[in-house]
Design a protein around this ligand. Structure first.
Ligand SMILES: [Zn+2]
Length: 87
């Protein structure tokens, strides 16, 4: 599947950039773990470690409550390439 290649690199991006604390206001960092419909990406796809995945899920939920990240998106709002910053 061509879809799978997107997530080929299996390492924790947050460990690599040595993130110890995540701020819900930094939406740019959260985007690594959000799908194009703003769902939280599962760890098996992103390769994040357990520690950072737990952080992310808390922080994303906080960001949603603060309306920085939408809970749901309609078809028109879908961002086409959310992972373009990765490469
Ligand atoms: Zn990590």
């Amino acid at each position: 599947m061509a879809e799978k290649r997107k997530y080929k690199k299996r390492f924790c991006k947050y460990c690599e950039s040595k993130v110890d604390f995540m701020d819900y206001k930094e939406v740019g960092a959260l985007r690594f773990s959000l799908s194009e419909r703003y769902k939280i990406m599962p760890r098996r796809l992103t390769g994040n470690c357990k520690r950072h995945q737990d952080m992310i899920s808390v922080v994303i939920k906080r960001a949603r409550a603060a309306a920085l990240v939408p809970y749901t998106v309609t078809r028109k709002q879908v961002i086409t390439q959310p992972f373009e910053n990765l490469r």
